[in-house]
Design a protein around this ligand. Sequence first.
Ligand code: BGC
Length: 825
Amino acid sequence: MNVTHLRVNHLEEPLGYDLQSAAFSWIVTDAVGCCEKARLRVFRGDECIFDTGVSDSLDPLGTETPLQLQPRTAYRWKITVWDSSGARSESEAGFETGKMGESWLGRWITPGKRDHAVLEKRFTLAQAPEEARIYLTGLGLYRLFINGNPASEEVLMPGLNAYDRWVQVQTFDVGPLLRRGDNRLEIWLSGGISRGRFSFTPSDGYEYCPYDCAIAELHVRSGAGETVICTDKSWRWHTSPILESSIYDGEVWEPGRLEESGPAELCSPDVGHLRDRLSPPVRIVMERKPQRVLLTPAGETVLDMGQNMVGWIRFRDRETKGRTLRLLFGEQLEHGCFSRANLRSAKAAFQWKSDGEQRIAEPYFTWYGFRYVLLEGFNGPVDPGDFTGCVVSSDLEQTGSIVTGHEGLNRLIENVLWSQRGNFLDVPTDCPQRDEREGWTGDAQVFADAACYNMDCAAFFTKYLADMLEEQKKAGGCVPYVVPFARNRSRGFEGGAAGWGDAAAVIPWTLWLHYGDRSLLRRQEQNMIAWMDWVAEQDDWSTACRHFGDWLALDRSEEPAERVGKTDIPFLCLCYAFLTAEMTGAAAAVLEDRETEASAAVLAAGYRRRLREEFFTSEGELKCRTQTACVLALHLDLAPDRAKTGELLRSLVREAGHLTTGFLGTPWLLEELPDREAWDLLLREEYPSWLYEVKLGATTVWERWNSLTEDGCFSETGMNSLNHYAYGSVAAWLYGHMCGLRPLPDAPGFRRFRWEPAPDRRAGFALCRLLSPFGEIVSQWRYGEEGLTLLLHVPSGSEADARLPDGRQARLGPGEHRFLIPDAE
Ligand code: BGC
């Protein structure tokens, strides 16, 4: 027996995170029978400050503790478990608090109106440090260097959030970078989303803070006691090699240019309070070499990374002094030539003027979504070995994987993962390449279930929902279209759309199902209630704001350019109001919040009644005859006659010959069809389908079913991202139905789960590994000579409700279970 995966608030060994309410989780593997007892202890130094005693009621998915933590303090925690045989196992891990709201010795400082400057402090340490921590943040984005070395592998700090409400503080262990004698701290700053061009405002841009600024406190402990170095008037600024920096447009660098400098100024930015961070780190999570260097028919030199990826290129500059190099980033070749027809106004470039010093070149405060890189200004043939693709993402643990006997399906699964990796970049963004890259709530909502299978998203979504709640507080509970909804001079508040704002309910509930941690639900119930109440307060929600409907559905053949699908907006509003009320009520029931539970039940019953009255005929026929309307009516169990609505859905699919669903109908479409018909849609390779993209060489998920036409060209410019995870929501069907693993609301976190695989001979086999909060679940099926073999591994502490394709049902405990269906279809 082993205890692994020790986490505090779903973070491994968190340093400087917001741990005001700390919940501890762990995984027990290889226990005999169940894990009968456990004991959790927390230590500060040698002193045990908290002890649950040996208990049979500790929750491995999230044990909340009434800890009184001190700021800037390191703790260890130990978890001891005993299984049914009496065997014992113990593990320990650490966590350390940040400033926890204590007042700052450091002051905000700024280089004034200078863009892309570096704040610098030189100081002397009389002795080598024993230990050192720096607490800091900077706006827009910052990087910290100590004695010329990066203080952390993290990039794009302090993360992207609603700075007008709170600014995240990072804590780093910088002891190893400091030395006795002279030392130098440098904080590089640039705009990010804090100011400059972002969102739909080409000219005036966003303005959280009109200047760059930073605040820091370095605490150094040595034999001589504690030294604290703070940002104050003694700091200086100097120019950096960065001349331009913008998230959409990229960067312009001129290394070696003459440096200017001057004294830093104190400032009081009008931003929210400083708070210990929530964001999991954003890092370079992978490096890739170009697959080929292409010379295109237009005479362009283009790197092909072999994969649509998000991040940037790092390269060695071997050019002569004064030469200007330019890298342009794009997702697609059209007729063999480099194309950026889908980037709208984003310049997505990196420009570098060589000073002949053979430096390593890479941007600091931007990112690109690309597979192809057009190289300009390079002298002679380029060596692909000089270029490295840096894949940048929130560093989340991959928890799920699926392999099947179908090549196209395997590529689709990979594509969904790549789209998640690329767009989970501190914020769940819609796309990484054009002039958008925003935390669109609808996209995040429809993809959340798939996302939680693929990766451990608990901490990532916790930060997103914390930001969402801040936005909701500003807007009377309403949820903006995008989170964070950056302060913007020319645009007022925009939000409230059906299926978008409902992210406030769907994401918390999805996290509960997947991770079963009550502490998350407790925090996020506020999002749910605020949104549910806002919806309930609207006289007519369908006209109260702009709705996106079943976005990008294909059911308006008479107006193909129309992006809002045909499914009635008032119907969608009622469906989502119902879904939110149901989820909020269920969350309240878990939390024993009886008042909310009761009010949600009244609302849900009212919405259901209105749906039936307004959208079904007295014969039980659905009036809105779109695939999405049927899917929602079935999924939400709103149809008075399920069989009738089910038959309508089948006939609409047959009539069209394919799916026509948009963002809101697609996630549950396959689930609401009989398995055979679901598989037909899944394996279809003609347009429109998931595998059409794969057939055309997609390496990520596209925004539209027809982002590219058969000849590989963009079907229309304007809005055509090739890296948009929304339709990747199909992965939830692959895990939950094809491989049959579904979490259950009455035993969330896979404490007990449904195992009901939907195999199909055309895929040959499927093998799924899912690292659940109880440990690894393996689900496999395979067609062979002897028939269909099914296998399930249930981890310690968990159990499965199995329903086999031949109708057999069983409750399965920990261990391996094998079944054979000799005469399977
Ligand atoms: C985004 C979407 C988003 C939509 C709202 C688009 O521009 O890329 O994914 O949900 O707007 O309709």
